[in-house]
Design a protein. Structure first.
Length: 231
């Protein structure tokens, strides 16, 4: 008779497994970066594009493993923030650049709107980057090819507001209440990899910043997610 693994043991196993994956993933990223940097003159455009795609896919895999580890830390009360004053506008632009390959796969365009010259806040750069990357990745996943995703950043009084709007398949009303729960993957017509942790972790990180996050969605009309954090 097989023994049943308790939920705690399962989470511990996932944490150990993803932690062990970090070393080979980081090694692969380092090797690809070195190859692109030192062999650029000897590669044709197709080879460079292929290596760049492999590099970006490896970085995406790294984010998935980091999400699992972040979830484990949060569940065990170990999600601590290392805040510093940074330009949130620059951080968002960096995230858009980093996730560009995800959009390129489906020929999607992301439009960024920020009328203010700069917006700064006291945040944990690594964790807020994780949040924005998760939201861009999700918006792309549930949007059609050749579609547009809108991102808005603004500051009102002493709060920073980030909004991401896609015009994809949307979310059914019965799924909205559970969208920020762990291991929940929304139904759509496209096959896509994921852990079902992205929005769960996003909510944890925003709340750790003393912020709020909410979602609005209509089937076949798209989804809008907005979060706010103190300056």
């Amino acid at each position: 008779m097989q023994n049943t693994i308790t939920p705690i043991a399962k989470d511990t196993f996932i944490a150990m497994f993803t932690h062990d994956l970090k070393t080979p993933i980081n090694s692969g990223i380092f090797a690809l970066e070195m190859l692109l940097k030192n062999s650029s003159d000897n590669l044709n455009d197709f080879q460079k594009e292929l290596l760049t795609d492999l590099l970006n896919s490896s970085k995406y895999m790294k984010r998935l493993t980091e999400n699992a580890l972040c979830k484990f830390r949060a569940d065990n009360g170990n999600l601590t923030l290392n805040k510093e004053k940074v330009s949130v506008k620059k951080l968002v632009k960096d995230c858009i650049e980093e996730t560009k390959y995800i959009l390129n796969e489906k020929n999607q365009k992301l439009k960024f709107y920020c009328s203010q010259k700069d917006i700064s806040a006291n945040v944990d750069v690594l964790e807020l980057t994780r949040v924005i990357n998760n939201l861009i990745s999700n918006a792309s996943k549930y949007s059609d090819k050749n579609s547009v995703i809108d991102v808005v950043l603004k500051k009102i009084d002493n709060k920073i507001y980030f909004q991401i709007q896609d015009y994809g398949c949307g979310i059914k009303m019965k799924e909205l209440d559970n969208v920020f729960e762990k291991y929940v993957r929304l139904s759509n017509n496209q096959k896509s990899a994921g852990t079902g942790l992205g929005l769960y972790i996003t909510k944890l990180i925003i709340e750790a910043h003393n912020g709020n996050i909410n979602i609005e969605s209509k089937p076949k009309k798209g989804t809008k997610i907005t979060f706010s954090i103190p300056e």
